[in-house]
Design a protein around this ligand. Structure first.
Ligand SMILES: O=C(O)COP(=O)(O)O
Ligand SMILES: [Mg+2]
Length: 224
C-alpha cells in the first residue's frame, strides 16, 4: 500500500504534539513540596514521562524516598499531582514546530485524525481547547479510557474499530517506544519522532518504519 492511501493517523500527545514537560514538572514539584520533599530537576521528569500519571508519580516518589512508595503514599501523591496538574496543564502550552500547520493540511486532505495518549483523559480536552484543536480529532483516548494503555495495541485497534478503518490504512505517530510497540502489535505503520522524550533513548532503536526529526515531514510522507 502506498503512503498516500493512509486514511487515519493516530497521534501520541506528550513529546509528539506538545512539549508538556514544563507543566508536568511543575505539577510533580508541587506534589513533592506538598509531601515535604525536595523538587526534582525538569530533566529527570522528562525521563519519567511515558507510562501515564500513576507511573510518573511513582517514579518521582521513588526518587524522593529512595524506595518504592506504599499504596497509601502513592494514592496521596497522585491526588496532589492531579490537583496541581489540573491547574497548569493548559497553561503556556508549546506545540512543536510544524504541528498546527501539518494537522491542518492533513485534515484538508481528508485524513481522519485521532489522539491516543497515555495521559489521563480528564486533562486532555482543556489542552486541545487551549490550542484551538477541540474539533480537529475524530476520537481522543486517554491512558485511562480503556482497561489497558500503550504499549498495548488495544487503544490503537479500538480507534480503528470505532472509525471503521483498516489498521493497514492507519499510521501511528509518536515519540516513544510505547507508541512503536503498540503500533507494531496492532499491525499499524509507525513514525518515530526524535525530538520527544522516550526515556532519553534514541527512538530509532525501537525500529519504527520511519524516523523523523520534524513533524512537517508527515506532509511529505503522506503527500498532502
Ligand atoms: O502521559 C504520559 O506518560 C505520556 O503521554 P503520551 O502517551 O501522550 O506520550
Ligand atoms: Mg509521547
Amino acid at each position: 500500500m502506498a503512503e498516500r492511501d493512509i486514511e487515519l493517523i493516530q497521534f501520541d500527545l506528550d513529546g509528539t504534539l506538545i512539549d508538556s514537560v514544563p507543566q508536568l514538572a511543575l505539577a510533580v514539584n508541587r506534589m513533592l513540596a506538598h509531601l515535604g520533599h525536595e523538587p526534582a530537576a525538569e530533566q529527570a521528569v522528562r525521563h519519567w514521562v511515558g507510562n501515564g500519571a500513576d507511573m510518573l508519580v511513582r517514579r518521582a516518589l521513588t526518587a524522593a524516598l529512595g524506595e518504592e512508595p506504599d499504596a497509601g503514599a502513592q494514592q496521596a501523591a497522585r491526588a496532589a499531582f492531579d490537583a496541581a496538574y489540573e491547574r497548569v496543564a493548559d497553561q503556556g502550552l508549546v506545540f512543536y514546530p510544524g504541528v498546527l500547520d501539518t494537522l491542518a493540511a492533513l485534515r484538508l486532505a481528508g485524513k481522519k485524525l485521532a489522539i491516543v495518549t497515555n495521559k489521563p483523559y480528564r486533562f486532555v480536552p482543556a489542552i486541545l481547547a487551549a490550542a484551538g484543536l477541540k474539533d480537529r480529532f475524530e476520537l481522543v483516548l486517554g491512558g485511562d479510557s480503556l482497561a489497558v494503555k500503550k504499549p498495548s495495541p488495544e487503544p490503537l485497534l479500538h480507534v480503528c474499530r470505532e472509525l471503521d478503518i483498516d489498521p493497514a490504512r492507519t499510521l501511528m505517530v509518536g515519540d516513544s517506544e510505547n507508541d512503536v510497540l503498540a503500533a507494531r502489535a496492532a499491525g499499524i505503520a509507525v513514525v518515530g519522532l526524535t525530538y520527544g522524550y522516550n526515556y532519553g533513548r534514541d527512538i530509532a532503536d525501537s525500529g519504527p518504519d520511519w524516523v523523523m526529526s520534524d513533524f512537517a515531514g508527515l506532509a511529505t510522507l503522506l503527500r498532502v
